[in-house]
Design a protein around this ligand. Structure first.
Ligand code: TXA
Ligand code: MG
Length: 360
């Protein structure tokens, strides 16, 4: 196991975690309470349009440390600072390059993080000692209401324990964080279901560090610049050469195996069915993550429907939930086909390959 898999220092559960369901008459009061907790150095799990975040005031190093402890995350991995509006940028960033300004105008608020030169007052604990800071202005109305009440930028990684799939429901945050944080705001399902696109605008050109809903094409449309891919495309190809070689991430407890993406639909499904059958015969509990397009191929074998290839956002929306459902149901082996790397498909494949243990 590597450090990235969660061998960082982990806190024992020793906090009382308040669980608040949003969407009722007490919302204003609950956002005010969450804001107060954040300003006073507490940690709050909150919904965004991408995934749930684990928030702490950028200025409170003790709270930032608790975020790393609660996640079991190595502290050399920087956090994203979340802001309610453009005024928040002034508290974080020393220069706003023209490319970043164009991207912010086009896609903020929204599922996009910009890596920018930081002001000295942003603590090293947030940026892992880098001279840049990742900034995001989320569009989710609950996230925005909480950020407005916090009145400080809120550093937040995804609210999962390190190595596990990102949470797209408040219940997932509860599973991972009960007793480790002060409050969870339940705003229902996340609209996108995958983390933001991380774009480095701090140097020459534009580099995509993590693919997401905001695609390379959308970045080019807004800026006129073709971005560089900076996220290890070799592992994210539709024919993964060595998935799981470095370390698993976003992963369910069961082992995930991908059809290589080569051959016809029938050939891929047959490869999965054969692997399923031989492991099932040896006593493994197996499941196939299917789409509308291939669900007819697997007969009585156990399946979870993850969406429709004609609309990849349906798969983005449910893939992390499917991984967590596999854990709940205790599957040992999970199979799925690759999706085309068009649009948000690049982001789906990036996460799926990182979560996988190999190919069939
Ligand atoms: O959608 C999201 O981005 C969610 C929600 C909560 O906003 N947050 C999230 O945070 O996914 P996290 O910590 O799980 O992932 C942040 C990614 C990491 O890969 C980190 O290395 C990168 O952003 N990152 C943050 N600051 C950076 C910086 N200054 N330079 C390069 N990469 C950075
Ligand atoms: Mg994460």
């Amino acid at each position: 196991m590597t450090k990235e898999q969660g061998l960082g220092v982990q806190s024992a559960p020793d906090r009382k975690t308040a669980y608040v369901i949003l969407g009722g008459p007490d919302d204003a009061q609950n956002f005010a309470k969450a804001g107060e907790i954040l300003r006073n150095g507490g940690v709050v799990g909150f919904p965004t349009e991408t995934v749930y975040g684990l928030g702490a005031s950028v200025y409170c190093e003790e709270a930032i440390e608790q975020v790393f402890r609660a996640k079991g995350r190595p502290n050399d991995n920087p956090l994203i600072a979340h802001i309610a509006d453009m005024d928040g940028l002034e508290q974080l960033v020393s220069v706003m390059p023209e490319t970043a300004r164009k991207l912010a105008e086009a896609y903020w608020p929204g599922p996009m993080t910009l890596v920018l030169p930081k002001l000295p007052l942003v603590p090293d604990a947030v940026t892992a000692g880098l001279d840049t800071v990742g900034v995001r202005m989320p569009s989710d109305p609950n996230a925005r209401a909480m950020l407005r009440e916090a009145k400080v930028p809120v550093a937040a990684p995804s609210a999962n324990r390190s190595g596990k799939p990102s949470p797209t429901r408040a219940q997932h945050v509860w599973q991972d964080m009960d007793g480790r944080i002060d409050m969870i705001l339940d705003g229902g399902q996340c609209a996108c279901g995958l983390e933001s696109t991380v774009i480095d605008c701090s140097g020459d050109g534009i580099v995509i560090l993590r693919p997401g809903y905001i695609t390379a094409k959308m970045i080019e449309d807004a800026t006129g610049i073709v971005p560089t891919i900076g996220y290890g495309k070799d592992l994210g190809g539709s024919t993964p050469r060595a998935p799981g070689m470095k370390y698993r991430h976003y992963a369910p407890k069961g082992k995930l195996y991908l059809a290589t993406g080569e051959g016809s639909l029938e050939e891929q499904c047959k490869a999965i069915a054969d692997a399923y059958d031989s492991n099932f015969a040896h006593g493994s509990k197996c499941v196939i993550l299917v789409t509308e397009q291939d669900k007819g191929f697997f007969g009585e074998r156990e399946q979870i429907l993850i969406g429709n290839l004609d609309d990849l956002s349906t798969i983005a929306h449910s893939v992390f939930k499917a991984f967590r459902d596999c854990d709940t149901k205790g599957y040992d082996l999970i199979y799925m086909r690759c999706v085309p790397e068009e649009g948000v498909g690049a982001a789906i494949m990036n996460r799926v390959v990182k979560a996988s243990a190999g190919t069939v």
